[in-house]
Design a protein around this ligand. Sequence first.
Ligand code: HEC
Length: 158
Amino acid sequence: MRTYKLLTIAGIAALGVAGAVIADGHASPEITKAIEDRQAHMKGYGKAMGVLGKMAKGEVDYDAAAAQQAADDLAMLASADQSTYWPEGSDTSIKGSRALPIIWQEAPKVMAIGQDLATAAEAMKAAAGTDLAALRGAIGQVGAACSACHEKYRQPKN
Ligand code: HEC
C-alpha cells in the first residue's frame, strides 16, 4: 500500500502558527501563497475531471490516451502532500478564499474525504485507459469525494 500524504493533522496544526492574519482581510504572504497553491491544485482537479466528465457524459468521444493522461494527473494531485495548503486563518475571512472555518474544527473528517478522493483517483487511474465503461464506472466515486468536501467545507459562490 502506498502512504498518502494528505491533509495531515500535524500539517494543519503546525501551520496554525505560520500565518497570522495581519488585518482586515489582508493576509500574511504565507497565507496568500497557501490559498493560491490550493486553488491552483483545485483547478488541476477541475481540468482533469472536465476531460473525464465530458467523456463519461458522451459530450466528447472517448479517447483512451487523453483519459489516461487526465486520470494520471488526477491521481498525482490527489496523492500529493497538501499539508501546506491549509494554514489556520486562510478561511473566508481572507478575500478570495472560500474555505469555510469549519475545516479547521473538523480536520479529521476533511482528511478522510481527502483519503477517499485519493482512493477513488487511483481506481480511476486503473480504469480510465481501459474503455469508456470502466471510466464511467469509476467517475462516480471521484465526483462524490469532490462534492462531499465542497458541500460542507466550501462557501457557495454568491
Ligand atoms: C478536502 C476537501 C476538498 C476536496 C476533496 C476537493 N475540494 Fe475543491 N475545493 C475545496 C475548497 C475548500 C475550495 C475553496 C478553496 C479556496 O477558496 O481557497 C475548493 C475549490 C475548488 C475549485 C475552485 C478553485 C479556484 O479557482 O478558486 C475547483 C475548480 C475545485 N475545488 C474542484 C475540485 C474537484 C474537481 C475535486 C475532486 C476531484 C475537488 N475540488 C476536491 C475543497 C475540496
